[in-house]
Design a binder for this molecule. Structure first.
Ligand code: SF4
Length: 253
């Protein structure tokens, strides 16, 4: 699926979620008409909160739509669109499940939205402030090298993408680490304190990582799984280099 079409899935599902919330608010208002005075006040407070949320979420959706259609972020809506995108992701997944939309399709859509927002922020950092975070499943399953302990153990034999990532890390002078899972990835981010992370993983792990690391700029690249999940996976090294050049000061782009 093309990136634009991917993004529409997430924004569409979030919009449907808002319509559902609006219907719930309407139902609440109807109950107010029927209830006692105490219930009236209680429901009025709840309704005010829902309406406030709907207005904020509506501004966030507007920001996302403007961003999607024009390729530009409106600074005044930037915070609302980020908050709404992350806050409504679980709702989009829930609505998607009701409508029979594949979860990975929704996650891929969210990743495209995230990457567009990251690109529009145009944040550029020095090489030492950037970390490429790769999953262990990229390593050839038969390779005996302990690249999770020390990436320099890789002999760049060409059997898996780890060697190519190491070439890119050396070419641009950035950090590269291979993580065995989410806990190790979080620990690496804590230790290395990067300003920008280029994360490679499956859709589920990427979305989980994006939610955990909202204070950091994370460009997300989905791996390819020709032999099934978590086994001898691949990554498009051109995409990694493109993300590097877009994130580094003086990288020439
Ligand atoms: S490229 Fe590196 S990690 Fe991959 S199989 Fe070769 S030595 Fe092992």
């Amino acid at each position: 699926m093309m990136p634009e079409a991917k993004k529409r899935v997430f924004v569409g599902l979030v919009s449907v979620s808002l319509v559902i919330l609006a219907v719930l608010a309407g139902a609440g208002w109807y109950l107010v008409q029927k209830g006692s005075k105490a219930a009236w006040w209680l429901l009025l407070i709840l309704l005010s909160a829902v309406i406030g949320f709907l207005i904020y979420a509506g501004l966030g959706i507007l920001g996302l739509l403007v961003s999607l259609l024009t390729g530009r972020t409106l600074p005044i809506l930037s915070r609302a669109q980020d908050t709404v995108a992350f806050a409504l992701l679980p709702v989009a997944l829930w609505v998607g499940a009701l409508l029979g939309v594949d979860k990975d399709r929704i996650r891929a859509s969210f990743i495209e939205v995230n990457n567009q927002l990251v690109r529009q922020k145009e944040k550029r950092v020095r090489p030492q402030e950037l970390l490429i975070l790769a999953p262990i499943c990229l390593q050839d399953a038969d390779c005996p090298r302990k690249v999770t302990n020390d990436i320099r153990q890789c002999r760049r034999c060409g059997r898996c993408p780890v060697g190519g990532l190491l070439e890119l890390a050396d070419k641009y002078g950035v950090n590269l680490a291979v993580a065995t899972g989410g806990t190790k990835a979080r620990q690496l981010i804590r230790d290395l304190r990067p300003q920008v992370v280029i994360a490679i993983a499956c859709e589920r792990d990427l979305v989980s990582g994006l939610q955990d690391a909202r204070q950091i700029t994370v460009g997300a690249i989905t791996n390819q799984r020709p032999q099934g999940p978590c086994f001898n996976t691949q990554v498009d090294l051109d995409k990694v280099e493109e993300a590097l050049r877009a994130s580094l000061l003086d990288a020439g782009d």
